[in-house]
Design a protein around this ligand. Structure first.
Ligand code: FRU
Length: 510
């Protein structure tokens, strides 16, 4: 079947083939594409009281292709409803792809999408080339009309020396006080590495350059993809900064390409967070700290939104570009989103917790207290691949416990293991027995400051993935687990004696 890459074609294809994928062949509460391929989350926002999430989408195959926008919505961030494909690459300004972007509700009650169009043009030597431009579409939450004046921002709006070939992934938000919108877009500066450009607009149809908000200076990877930016109200406990009322605690999230693997940065394509202060009068960001957002294998292109109740909520693509080459099963979809997480800036880090709405779907509680582990054990009632399990672990008083481990998605041949070495304060997560073809991938290593002698580990498993929240969300380890679903054992292990309290629930979405 020949595809035109038009919207009607995509919607017809969805109507015809989407239903082939039953709920039993998907994650239970993580977003996966309706059919085909998904990468970055896009337009994560609230519109008319519902959460909307779009995603980079190629409906026709489970590989990356000319990008469309897929679309889901939810009342509670856990149970998602599929909506028809929202954008297709079918116009002059986006024929080579509708790339990542954001969404806001306009004052006249429409939903405005701002995205990167990959546009063919004739270059200075007469050659055909593709540039990246920013485009707008508006709609009612299901159907969108691309603005006839697109692009709304192109090379003409770039400050000197910035690249029109890498000019993408607008993050957009409304400033109620100033009654306008801001947009943060990535480009490459004269040194070839990432720069974040801030623009302002009243209507979304014209954009004025404000400032270069941050630059990579070749320090953290090269191009910085998919920026996100937010401030928090009032003061937080920033380590070295005196409280200044006009200088809000702030965070910039970016996904650098080609990171060097040093220290806590363990992925070539990962997500980092820059924390600091934002002087909102002068649009000046003062950077304080830089950290990896997630310490696992699969986390990219995070976006955040501000929920009506004031929570800052983040979602990301639960994949790494390197790992996306490897296919474990013949599912008719590929690519999942993380569980949405409540985030806050604390002590220069991004603390993350699963959204509390998940608790509504917990069932079949199993509680165990004061379980002594020495060697390897399994526990009655503690198994499965779709669950929310919190494990509190401490050394037995005599303090001779060298390490503690939890092995999930286990059977005779498989198992993915989180291990904690008490003396070194070192957590490792090893999925080399998860069934990946690229088994040799190095375990992830996370050093915990202060070498805590008690740990709280919250495991969220959803069939094909694990997200492990450590000590109240100070660290999170996110990984696809491609292991056959029949591998549902959970084993606890200790060298020496460890004591555990466990609370475990199944998750059911009815
Ligand atoms: C990041 C990214 C974005 C781009 C999109 C294309 O994963 O490369 O920079 O907009 O994916 O699908």
């Amino acid at each position: 079947m020949q595809h035109t890459n038009g919207l009607e074609d995509a919607r017809n294809y969805e109507a015809k083939y989407g239903g082939r994928i039953g709920p039993e062949n998907r994650p239970v509460f993580h977003v996966s594409p309706y059919t085909g391929w998904a990468n970055d989350p896009n337009g994560f926002s609230v519109y008319k009281g519902a959460y909307h999430l779009f995603y980079q989408y190629y409906p026709y195959e489970t590989v990356w292709g000319p990008m469309h926008w897929g679309h889901v919505k939810s009342a509670d961030l856990i149970k998602w409803e599929y909506l028809p494909c929202a954008l297709a690459p079918d116009s002059d300004f986006d024929r080579a792809g509708c790339w990542s972007g954001g969404a806001v509700e306009t004052q006249d009650g429409e939903q405005m999408l701002i995205y990167t169009g990959r546009m063919y043009r004739t270059g200075s030597e007469g050659q055909e080339e593709i540039v990246q431009v920013q485009c707008m579409a508006t709609g009612d939450g299901t159907d969108y009309r691309k603005y006839e004046g697109n692009p709304v921002l192109d090379a003409g709006g770039l400050p000197e020396g910035m690249s029109p070939y890498d000019f993408r992934d607008p993050k957009i938000w409304r400033d109620e006080e100033e009654d306008c919108c801001y947009m943060l877009v990535s480009s490459r500066g004269p040194d070839g590495s990432g720069c974040l450009l801030l623009y302002r607009s009243g209507s979304g149809r014209e954009w004025t350059f404000v400032t270069v908000l941050e630059s990579c200076n070749r320090e953290y990877g090269s191009m910085w993809e998919c920026p996100d930016f937010f401030t928090e109200e009032g003061d937080t406990d920033m380590p070295d900064m005196p409280y200044m009322p006009d200088m809000l605690p702030a965070a910039i999230l970016v996904s650098p390409q080609e990171m060097e693997l040093t220290g806590e940065f363990q992925n070539r394509h990962g997500n980092i967070v820059l924390t600091g202060r934002y002087d909102r009068r002068n649009h000046h960001f003062i950077r304080e700290t830089v950290h990896a957002v997630d310490d696992g294998y699969d986390f990219y292109a995070a976006q955040t939104l501000l929920a009506p109740d004031g929570r800052r909520i983040m979602i990301a693509w639960m994949q790494g570009w390197e790992n996306a080459r490897v296919r474990q099963n013949d599912n008719l979809w590929f690519g999942m989103m993380t569980l949405p997480r409540e985030v806050s800036i604390r002590r220069g880090r991004l603390f993350q917790q699963p959204v509390r709405e998940l608790e509504k779907y917990r069932t079949c509680p199993v509680r165990k207290e004061g379980i002594m582990v020495s060697g390897s054990i399994s526990l009655e009632g503690i198994r499965g691949r779709c669950l929310d399990m919190t494990v509190q672990v401490r050394q037995k008083e005599d303090g001779d416990c060298r390490s503690f481990s939890v092995c999930i998605a286990a059977d005779q041949a498989h198992g993915s293991t989180l291990r904690y070495d008490f003396a070194e304060g070192l957590l490792t997560f090893d999925r080399s027995r998860s069934g990946y073809v690229d088994d040799a991938m190095a375990p992830k290593r996370i050093f915990l400051e202060d070498h805590p002698s008690c740990l709280e580990l919250r495991f969220i498993l959803d069939r094909y993935s694990a997200e492990i929240f450590v000590n109240g969300g100070e660290h999170v380890i996110t990984s696809v687990i491609p292991t056959p679903l029949t591998a549902g054992d959970i084993l606890f292990g200790a060298e020496g004696k460890a004591v555990l309290d466990i609370e475990k629930y199944e998750i059911r979405i009815s």
